[in-house]
Ligand binder design. Structure first.
Ligand code: PRP
Ligand code: MN
Ligand code: MG
Length: 180
């Protein structure tokens, strides 16, 4: 699998360091509160697992499955709720956890849906952002890294469902995309 990788963009140790910093900031910012982390399936599961263990607060987790990509490499703009939250978020402090923000279409749709449920607060934590691809303005309170407009995989991010289990954020070799 590592043989399909052209370049490591963010090595695992740097990711861990950043996630620890984000967890510490979140711990300070929400001191005295009970937090609900909402992960966006499936990409966010890896950062969710690491982030939650770096937050020293009473904290619960829930997940939503929203998909916009299908199996290609670019956003179709089609957003569907495949699985909704289990929790009622009204009056709750909600922090949405994402692996990457690309066009921003997924999160802007999701935030609109969550905001309508009247949470006490609603913020975004994303490990990665591709600012050059943004189509809608988003206020991201906790951001790990900005990445260039290259198709990245690993640490939860996939290409056609694969590579999510790579520990680093990687760029794949050109030949992997041949014919797609
Ligand atoms: C990816 C990624 C974000 C979203 C970002 O998810 O995990 O959720 O796309 O793209 P956007 O900002 O252009 O909307 P994807 O839809 O591929 O589903 P997945 O998490 O299951 O891989
Ligand atoms: Mn996703
Ligand atoms: Mg995907």
């Amino acid at each position: 699998m590592m043989g399909d990788v052209a370049e490591i963009l963010v090595p695992s140790a740097e990711i861990q360091e950043k996630v620890r910093e984000m967890g510490e900031r979140i711990t300070r910012d929400y001191a005295g509160e009970r937090l609900l982390l909402v992960g966006v399936l499936r990409g966010a599961v890896v950062v969710m697992g690491d982030l939650m263990r770096n937050i020293d607060l009473p904290c619960e987790i829930d997940f939503m499955d929203i998909s916009s990509y299908g199996s290609g490499t670019s956003s179709s703009g089609v957003v569907r709720i495949l699985k909704d939250l289990e929790e009622d978020i009204s009056g709750r402090h909600v922090l949405v956890v994402e692996d990457i923000i690309d066009t921003g279409l997924t999160l802007s749709y999701l935030l609109r849906s969550l905001r309508a449920r009247k949470p006490a607060s609603l913020e975004i934590c994303a490990l990665l952002s591709k600012p050059s691809r943004r189509r809608v303005e988003l206020d991201v309170k906790y951001l790990g890294f900005e990445v260039p407009d290259e198709f990245v995989v690993g640490y939860g991010l996939d290409y056609a469902g694969a590579y999510r289990n790579l520990p680093d954020i990687c760029v794949l070799k050109e030949e992997i995309f041949a014919g797609s």
